[in-house]
Design a protein around this ligand. Sequence first.
Ligand code: ASP
Length: 347
Amino acid sequence: MSKKNILVIYTGGTIGMTEQFEGGPLIPFDFQNIIDHLPELKRITNSIDIAPFPHPYDSSDIQANVWGEIAKLIQQHYQEYDGFVVLHGTDTMAYTASALSFMLQDLDKPVIFTGSQLPIGKIRTDGKENLITAIEIACASNGEKAMVQEVAICFGAHLLRGNRTTKFSAEGFEAFQSPNFPPLAEIGVHIQYREELLLRPKNTFTCFTEFHRNVAVIKIHPNLNRSFFEAIVDHALVDGIILETYGSGTIPQQSWLLEGIKKWISQEKIIINISQCPQGIIDQALYKNAQSLQEIGVLSGRDMTTEAAIAKLMFVMGHIHDYPSRIQQIESAICGEMNAHSGPIIQ
Ligand code: ASP
């Protein structure tokens, strides 16, 4: 098997920290010298190039412009490398990985996100394992082709589809979960891929970088205040809403709430229903308290995570401008982000 050339994009996060001296403060680690610290990487790859962001981000500072920078770097170097590893803080990794899955369509190379809970310079770090495994996955092939040809998160014992993932733990080394889609690979003594789940491109690789930012998230709760709700739906700038509802998609049947949503949709704006339950799927036909949403034109986000729903809405509104096509795209599974069928979820 020929050795691969990998580009590691370092955006920041805990993984990139080291102790200035034992027990001392954490300072950014110089990723350019990563091979000196992890000589074992030479055994898996032909070459690793590092593209560090000049000012590493705590991922809570990352916004759509940074999603664009990462995507453009990958696009610019797409032909030069066999695979890409993106080092990113864990806090918003699921948002960035979701966004990148929509931006980088028909990938035929791996884009593997990883990070860590403990800095790479700490003795008990999970960063070394995660980084080495992410690079190994980025090098894995299946015959002539790359094994993974999509955006995924490698963390702890699993490789997860990026747009199905959510940060679950601020403490454990298994920081991420993919509640509605099985892992793409189990990472143990061997890396066991579930090849039948892996995405394959249908066209040539294309990179989209436009996002529409005027999107709001409203979480339904038992005492949602009418004035707060109306402040959002009456705000001229808001064009898209993610509505986090209960269970399989229910909301309180207060007339001001339903009327407000109805009026808002009549202005050709989009509202997507996703569940506050991490596991399961929206079914707007199951309860009367969800049917009312179906009747007024709320779109089902099916089993999408909040992270994927936000990225998808921003992406669709950013590059599609007519209303029927926007609806059609929201209702389609673009890159494995939701279950396209009403049948049971594969596990
Ligand atoms: N606050 C850090 C970040 O997301 C946490 C981490 O990297 O795990 O950038």
